[in-house]
Ligand binder design. Structure first.
Ligand code: NAD
Ligand code: UFG
Length: 341
């Protein structure tokens, strides 16, 4: 079975491609490398001993996408490609709508031209917005996220719903990720942010490896147990296996039509202070930090109700917080400059 993976050279994409290859899927990666390196795919090939067809291209380039569909017998698209920096999306919102919404529409249009009906979308817990109480579950209404990035995810989820109403053959799964961290256990692939990391774990890892002096903990006065924000961190390999589970669910449920959303998280909230402690004890590296002012747009605490993925996809996050920390460090210490030579 041939799977087109857009954004497959990126952080979550590369781990998911590895999992798909290990489960005997044929994978075509389509990525413009705007936030990744083709080296990730080379390493995935080495780790799995399998081949991957890599095409450098932009999802907004419909002619190039058409060529890919012409030359392959694609059954399903897993769509990771997107710009993903929440803060940046507030400064260049049009670029975010252009890549993340218009780009997704381009992919869906070309799929339709070629009669490909199966779509797995990288959504986010951010679609629950501020309105919903934690833990988030899939029956809740889509909320109003505080950033253009979050709005992009809500818009695409709405587009998928409208498309499913208009097209009785369309089958989509929206996977709402919570906070993926960690790296493949080999330490060969992992998260390689460009510039100053926005996300917590890459920042912590760069402090540990000596690239940054100390961590700023954004806010110590939230109404949480220790005053710092709580999130549902899950291992990126568990998340990768969530994509496999979603693909197998689509394959098994032949009569399914429409869009189904699934939360992919552990169901546990962990604070920023607890992450720092867990990293220090898993790696024996000290992480100096300051408690800094709150970061605009951060919610105090959210985590998943992951029961639906558990019962319907037969998926559960199994890797521990300690494993997440060890694997983050393994990747970072082996690759202090990421994929750069
Ligand atoms: P990433 O930046 O590592 O991967 C995204 C990939 O898409 C990159 O390889 C990039 O080069 C590619 N890309 C971006 N725009 C493109 C375009 N116009 N055409 C072709 N390729 C393009 O990010 P990631 O963390 O792996 O995220 C993957 C997906 O998961 C994204 O849709 C993101 O919004 C979503 N997501 C991520 C998180 C997270 O915390 N990492 C949480 C929730 C949802
Ligand atoms: N944090 C710090 N210092 C840092 C970086 C982060 O204290 O240097 C804190 C944040 O304030 C937050 C927590 O660590 O409390 C986690 O922050 P991340 O940026 O790692 O993750 P977010 O929960 O803010 O964002 C994630 C995804 C987004 C998604 C969002 C909501 O990265 O894609 O969840 O679902 F939109």
């Amino acid at each position: 079975m041939q799977v087109l993976v857009t954004g497959g050279a990126g952080y979550i994409g590369s781990h998911s491609v590895l999992t798909l290859l290990e489960n005997d899927y044929e994978v075509i990666v389509y990525d413009n490398l705007c936030n990744s390196s083709a080296e990730s795919i080379e390493r995935v090939k080495r780790l799995t001993g399998k081949s991957v067809d890599f095409i450098e291209g932009d999802i907004r380039d419909k002619d190039k996408l058409r060529e890919v569909f012409e030359h392959h017998n694609i059954s399903v698209v897993i769509h990771f490609a997107a710009l993903k920096a929440v803060g940046e999306s507030t400064t260049i919102p049009l670029s975010y709508f252009q890549s993340n919404v218009h780009g997704t529409v381009c992919v869906l249009e070309v799929m339709k031209e070629f009669g490909v009906n199966n779509f797995i979308f990288s959504s986010s817990a951010t679609v629950y917005g501020e309105e919903n109480d934690v833990p988030y579950d899939e029956n809740m209404k889509l909320g109003t996220p505080s950033s253009p990035y979050g709005a992009n995810k809500v818009m695409v989820e709405r587009i998928l719903q409208d498309l499913a109403i208009s097209d009785p053959q369309f089958r989509a799964v929206s996977l709402r990720y919570f906070n993926p961290i960690g790296a493949h256990e080999s330490g060969e692939i992992g998260e390689d942010p460009s510039g100053i990391p926005n996300n917590l774990l890459p920042y912590v890892a760069q402090v540990a490896v000596g690239k940054r002096a100390k961590l700023n903990i954004f806010g110590g006065d939230y109404p949480t147990q220790d005053g710092s924000c709580e999130r549902d961190y899950l291992h990126v390999m568990d998340l990768a296996e969530g994509h496999l589970a979603a693909l197998e669910w689509l394959n098994k449920n032949e009569s399914f039509r429409g869009v189904e959303a699934f939360n992919l998280g552990t169901g546990n909230g962990v604070s920023v202070f607890a992450i720092v402690k867990a990293f220090e004890s898993a790696t024996s590296k000290a992480i100096p930090f300051d408690v800094a002012p709150r970061r605009s747009g951060d919610l105090p605490a959210f985590w998943a109700n992951a029961n639906k993925a558990n019962t319907q996809l037969n998926w559960q996050a199994t890797r521990s917080l300690t494993q997440m920390m060890k694997d983050t460090w393994h990747w970072q210490s082996n690759n202090p400059n990421g994929y750069a030579k």
